[in-house]
Design a binder for this molecule. Structure first.
Ligand SMILES: [Zn+2]
Length: 424
């Protein structure tokens, strides 16, 4: 393959990816707008016409904003690659580290290249994040964040990313440089060990940097919850209440962690809104994820995809056309692994989107299983009424486009979930 055909392949994949994303987003907007004024039959008693219309407007506002952000991301991708951005950054850093990088510390130059690349990308994305929180979420009454919280979050995120990211990048680059042709297999082993460690460390040490986690205080509710956990064979230490109201009026519950860091987290906003029976049903749903070993299944899925990705990177990093086709001239007297990693992260979404329907479908199947578990171990009617409240409070649309759902929804549409809970 020549570098020209490399460029052609890249632009073709990009065109397919962009057209598909835009087409799906347009479909979603059209579908939601078309159903804006009619509440689905099964929800007529539970969701008002105003709430239904608000959900439609909110969904469309987010979708339109997402399209702008996506468009900007595509421009940035072109600027980094064919526009010469990454090549310019590389030349600048090579100049900074001195002509012969190998003697002045090859690894330092490469780590700096990737950190600078990540930092610039993150900075360019900041205005979008700000606008999303303080304009869109604000307009629909969901934002509870002050500018100060937003800024402090930003600094904390930066610090955590540097502390974790820099050593991680250094190890991967070191493996790429020293482990021979099968470096990607070693890097995979390391990456997997890192991910497992992160699953233990994240709930215990990182999430508490951003939110406060407390054991459930309401004693009557705690007793009820404990009875359910005992029934389901789940350690009672694993239930926490998080101050989600610090940032958003929306509510949620999630399960996380492995081993001793395994836990179910409730937003304080959710507890304020649901009855004890509904809380029990939602908790039973989360326990269903543990019962069906959904975390382990997700880990296996991530392991397989990472192996595939790293094997592809192992091959591509050896091909001069990979660099040249993406607008970067490989270094003569310095390693190219940093460049290969940057280019790979840039172009990966143009290829990996084909897997989205598969992983979304697996995730939706897990949600149905967790709902069935909740119905068997708590109460189906309570679960249904809790889900309807969450749908209304979070302004989730009841009428998504089916194709958009197939690609992007990690949770089944509420109409399908409620129907499955009510059936049988
Ligand atoms: Zn779930």
């Amino acid at each position: 393959m020549t570098s020209e055909s490399g460029t052609t392949l890249f632009l073709s994949l990009l065109a397919i990816w962009v057209s598909l994303q835009v087409w799906l987003a347009r479909r979603q907007i059209d579908h939601v707008v078309a159903n804006r004024n009619v509440v689905p039959l099964a929800f007529r008693n539970a969701i008002s016409a105003e709430a239904h219309a608000k959900a439609a407007d909110y969904t469309c506002a987010k979708q339109r904003f997402g399209l702008w952000q996506f468009g900007f991301g595509v421009l940035m991708l072109l600027a980094w690659t064919l526009g010469g951005g990454l090549a310019a950054l590389n030349t600048t850093l090579l100049g900074f580290f001195g002509g012969d990088v190998a003697t002045s510390g090859d690894l330092a130059y490469q780590v700096t290249l990737l950190l600078a690349f990540g930092l610039i990308g993150g900075l360019l994305d900041l205005p979008f994040d700000w606008y999303y929180n303080f304009r869109i979420e604000e307009r629909f009454g969901f934002n509870r964040m002050t500018q100060r919280i937003w800024f402090v979050d930003l600094l904390k995120n930066l610090l955590v990313s540097l502390l974790i990211g820099a050593p991680l990048i250094a190890v991967v680059l070191w493996l790429m440089g020293t482990a021979g042709p099968a470096w990607w297999l070693w890097a995979w082993g390391f990456w997997m060990a890192f991910n497992l460690l992160l699953m233990v460390v994240y709930p215990l040490f990182i999430a508490p940097l951003f939110n406060e986690f407390k054991p459930l205080a309401d004693e009557a509710l705690a007793a009820r919850v404990k009875a359910l956990m005992d029934r389901c064979g789940f350690s009672a230490k694993g239930l926490f209440v998080m101050d989600g109201s610090k940032r958003s009026a929306q509510s949620n519950a999630y399960f996380t962690g492995i081993g001793h860091s395994k836990r179910v987290v409730f937003y304080d906003t959710l507890l304020a809104r649901l009855s004890p029976g509904e809380v029990e049903a939602v908790l039973a749903h989360e326990l269903g994820h543990f019962h069906h070993k959904h975390i382990i299944k997700m880990i296996v899925q991530i392991f397989l995809m990472s192996l595939l990705g790293l094997a592809a990177l192992g091959f591509l990093a050896q091909q001069p056309e990979f660099y040249l086709g993406l607008g970067v001239t490989p270094n003569d007297n310095a390693a190219n692994d940093g460049l290969a990693l940057a280019l790979f992260t840039l172009v990966l979404p143009c290829v990996s989107f084909v897997l989205a329907p598969l992983s979304s479908r697996a995730s939706r199947r897990h949600e149905f299983q967790a709902d069935a578990y909740a119905k068997a171990n708590a109460n189906g009617d309570e679960l249904a009424s809790a889900l309807v409240k969450l749908t209304e409070d979070n302004a989730s649309t009841l009428t998504p486009d089916p194709l958009y759902v197939a690609f992007n929804y990690s949770h089944p549409p509420m109409v399908e979930r409620i129907a499955a809970i009510k059936a049988g």
